[in-house]
Design a protein around this ligand. Sequence first.
Ligand SMILES: *Cc1c(COP(=O)(O)O)cnc(C)c1O
Length: 348
Amino acid sequence: MPIHIPQSKPTLNKADIQNIPAIIQSLQLAQGKQVELFECKVAHFQRLKYGVATNSGTAALHLSLLALGIKKGDQVIIPSYVCTALLNAVNHAQATAIIADVNLEDCNISLTSVKRKITSKTKAIIVPHMFGQAADMSSLVKLKIPIIEDCAQAIGAKYKKKLVGSFGALCINSFYATKMLTTGEGGMVCSNNTNLIKTIRDLRAYDKNKNYKIRYNYKMTELQASIGISQIKKLPLFIKRRKTIANLYTKGLQNLNITLPTHTNDHDPIYYRYIVKVPKNKKKFITLLNKKGVQVTSPVDKPLHSYLKLSKYTNTDQLINESISLPIYPSLTNEEVAYVIKSIKQIL
Ligand SMILES: *Cc1c(COP(=O)(O)O)cnc(C)c1O
């Protein structure tokens, strides 16, 4: 059977394109009023003062590192169980990425591992809140090292009743096609820190400056921002629907030979992904479900420590061997969820 339930799908409708003709007619296509408004809307959602829109989450990470003064010779700690965007951002800043292991329970960066990796050269930690669940921010902030919270998978999630993004010096987002909200491609840095934001705004565009230094062209377009403005209005509904779907999975997949996601009362996850662990034969599980038309995938293809040929990342390795991401997106119907559950039961 061909895939009829994909892993992920953007949620777009007429409202998202309503303003596009007017923007095209206005001839103001590059960064302008729409971008400014989108920045306000995202910052407001995050309960932070400022937002700076970029053309990707990677660019947002890069500028965040530069704003923190990260340079050649500095070390930045990042987890192994994540996409290469983090490693790229650290390398763009010419710093050295130090890879930490993650927790088995929540797939987030491990406090114990981070502590072991800290040296006198450690200048920042990038903490992604993986798959929509916050990392243990209370302990991480106590390390007194500047933190960039990577909310690309977790905007709207809470930890101890506080929104992710409000714990670190800066937080970043991605609006890539499959993220919580989308502008096709896009990103943003949000923060309450006026000086950091000033630097990031300065570095985002190369034009209209008195002095020369290396700057970037990381700007978002008006067309993207106008889609984003419409998308963020719907974000609370997107999150609500994702939580409902996660509940359906959790109810429907009880007492099978797979581990379901759990969280403590400190957490309010938004289920960017619904990750189950299959102790044996993960590959076969994926192949059989794909044959039934359900696209399940490995949430991380290859961990960073493997790219860098490092060893002793036992938790990450175990997650690589066992974790599978089930389809979850706001437009997934209850019937489709039931079909996924039925298919999994048939396989196990
Ligand atoms: C998607 C993602 C990024 C990168 O965002 P892009 O917009 O694709 O550059 C960074 N970190 C995390 C955790 C992501 O999921």
